[in-house]
Design a protein around this ligand. Sequence first.
Ligand SMILES: [Zn+2]
Length: 322
Amino acid sequence: MEQGKEFFIGLDLGGTSLKYALGTSGGDILIKDEMDSKADRPQKEVFEVIFKAIKVLREEAKTRGGFVAAIGLGSPGAVDFEKGKLKGNTPNFLHWGDAEIKKTIEAEFAIPCWADNDANVMAFAESRKGAGKGANNVIALTLGTGIGGGILIDGQLFRGTRYAGAELGHITIDYDGEPCNCGGYGCVEKYASAPAMVKNYIEKLTTAKMSIPDKVSTKIIFARAKEGEKQALETIDDTCKYLGAALASIINIFNPEIIVIGGGVADAGDEFMRRIWAATTARTMKPSLEGLKLVRAKMGNDAGVVGAICMASEMYYSQKRD
Ligand SMILES: [Zn+2]
């Protein structure tokens, strides 16, 4: 039995970097850093990156007079939470398919490990330490290159029967809409993600015979909207309508207490949030709106590691009790 204070490791594996942090049982970060995740390299090398981060943090725990009690990891893709194993492939991670995350890490370090889908982990962070703290029924939506989702019911993550649930970005908002790489059509991700917003904006500029900047980003769109440019304002209005349609469906189904919006696009500010709220409430069944809050995520870039620390800590103590 290890002696001293119990610390927890949170790992956030992404297509460009592995974020890693050492935290307390309450999910407070003590130190954090990141390194290249080597997403294009063979699986063995990605695990070596993970091992390196764990070794650094294990030393840190020792220095602080304690030990690492458990490790949590958020990964892209569907993750079998019981087995801590990736189910199938992830598009931005060439050789990460079917990775045995829990088994491999536990074999190397003899420290209990839990792995989950990254959007779930972020939603968990918001529900334990962020904007959704104290709420039982939380919906988290991350707006970025894609649209990720997490659902907490009675304080617990809802993962679905085969760990493939909570794909909120793939709610159909147009029956005959654009084909999506999920196999469906007209998914909200195809209309309200950052790339979709950029595409919509370029189309509007083209129609208006206006010049198109070299690198169009959502940042540029929001900046130009602030200056009052019609095409930028219309693009944002469209995005809010698309999101509103998806959110109204989510609210009608789950009747949540709070909806937390995160990701790059959500950093656009309160005016954007007000517009999303207006577009949403215009088409939501009224009883669900009572007391409902729509807020911006609080955890920012730390959401992945904090969520992983909180998850590891909760699982560790719940197993210790049993
Ligand atoms: Zn889809």
